[in-house]
Design a protein around this ligand. Sequence first.
Ligand code: RNT
Ligand code: ZN
Length: 415
Amino acid sequence: MMSKAYDSARAQFADWGVDTDGALDALSIIPISVHCWQGDDVRGFEKKSGTSGGGIQATGNHPGAARSPEELRADLEFAFAQIPGKHRLNLHACYLDTDETPDRDAIEYKHFAPWVDWARDQGLGLDFNPTFFAHATADDNLTLSHPDQGIRDFWIAHGRRCREIAARMGTELGTAAVNNIWVPDGSKDTPVDRMAARRRLESSLDAMFADDFPKTALIDAVESKLFGIGVESMTVGSHEFYLGYAIRKGTALCLDMGHFHPTESVADKLSSVALSVEDILLHVSRPVRWDSDHVVLLNDDLLAMAQELVFADLLDRTRIGLDFFDATISRTAAWVIGVRNMQKALLRALLLPQDRLKAMETALDFTGRLVLTEEARDLPFAAIWDEYCNRADVPVGQALLVELQEYQGRVETRG
Ligand code: RNT
Ligand code: ZN
């Protein structure tokens, strides 16, 4: 049954020329790729303890981190039950589910098969990432660009295996898996041969991408970065490096919101890169002073990103993935808050009077545009979101807190 609040909000939006049911339909088919690594502080399930390394770091020691694939899946099932819509799970290669102990260059599809069975059961798509960090061979923050050919070959083999695994996941589930490449490679101090490092990275990527897979099974993506802890002076895979690479090689380009200078607008980049690359992957994140990977808030950056996706008509060639890891709060809550915020931002964008605003801009009516964008902020977006949650039978407002606290209470007993 439709609520009174929704009815009245729907009429108010209709006055602005906006169809709220159409917006909800549009939102319901946008999958968000939920990153497994928020569930256990980027540890993974290789049979050795490891810290993340590679200049990324989850801070905090909130109790209840998942210690096994079973626990992580239980946490994900709970989180997905608090989120409207059907989504995807983004797995990292270090999250294999097996008693075997293959090194990174020896992983196979079978080591991930339980994830695929579970995803099929849950109606989730899967995405994938090679893990080029938290490994003895990557301790100096050099992998695909390492001067040593043997080390490069090890990581090339890892990347090739990940592409095979991801393609098989895509085939099994009938929805292409994105396999996203991020390497930590860079230099703490000022290098003298940037060119050599970048040529090595390029040729390693070429070797990794040598096999062709159908795009219906696998979408390759490459992710740039500005800097990381320990690689402050140069990142081999910079934005320019990967933008050029993606354009020349036809891969998807991943834009992580934490991987640019803090005053750059990542939203602004979408329409520019979309003219030259076909597929875009987003790592929606929130940098605080640096690439700190805080849980995403419903803030201006997120709203701007969602608005660009909607207004530039990029939803059908952009894969939206999340990338943050906060270990100071409930990890399941972090997922739920982040995904719901992404959805709320998209919904707000879908509920704006896009055609009118664009027509005003074309007519150089900047006054009218400003009046409408500012008055539109007071439209009753919350009533539309609540209706969406009610239809999906997931909690709204403060009721969410009760669910999140109850689940956190249950996992806190983990050792
Ligand atoms: C690191 C990148 C990368 C990772 C994940 C775990 O700065 O953002 O995407 O966060 O691969
Ligand atoms: Zn990222």
